[in-house]
Design a protein around this ligand. Sequence first.
Ligand SMILES: C[S@@+](CC[C@H](N)C(=O)[O-])C[C@H]1O[C@@H](n2cnc3c(N)ncnc32)[C@H](O)[C@@H]1O
Length: 219
Amino acid sequence: MLDEVRLKLDTFPYRLYQPMPWLGLQGAARDRATASRFEAMLPVIERTASEDAVDVGCNLGWYVVSLAERGIQTIGIEESPPAYRSALLAVKRSGASNAGILAMRVTPETASLVPSVDAMLLLSVWHHFVRSFGLSGATDMLETVWSRTRRVLFFETGEDEMGIEFGLPAFLPDARTWLTGYLESTCERSEVLHLGLHDAFDAAARPCRRNLFAVVRAN
Ligand SMILES: C[S@@+](CC[C@H](N)C(=O)[O-])C[C@H]1O[C@@H](n2cnc3c(N)ncnc32)[C@H](O)[C@@H]1O
């Protein structure tokens, strides 16, 4: 019962970002869009024979539980108490015995604490790094997270739709080209694959599309 009360408080009055079938919650802002990213990532996870994963900025833990249900041991890292409390409950309710949630803010100081795994997810989080630590701090953090990645890093970020307060660079000549070059230069010895454009929304809840990348470690 305490779990239920806590969940009500933690999810009120905001609209959920990710779907939460394990908690019986419907109507997430990124409902279908969460699944479309996952469908694009799964073949790469299979091709790279990834056996474990970390989801940095896991929010409510949809990818954590979904990967765990496919036999991939997964840790979600999340800084927001309402989100990580709900994620913990989702893991528990799902019955997954191969998943966990780490309550931690990833910063230039703590990035090296991210567990080393085959597959790393960094979805819609890098722009928060840039906002908090500047482009140079975010790049250092991405380098560190890449050093913890044994096989593949999935990367997606807010692009031109984000407000000026995020301090993002000008994505010229376009976001796909800029981000491909950025990932190639930051993640050494990698091949950058484009996994399509996926639905997202801006700060004013207007729909937009974002690039999804797989950064695969070269042998
Ligand atoms: C825009 S949501 C994206 C959620 C999820 N990755 C997805 O794509 O569905 C960003 C999430 O990352 C978390 N976050 C942002 N900065 C973080 C940091 N430095 N360390 C840990 N979590 C962070 C936020 O609390 C939020 O839950």
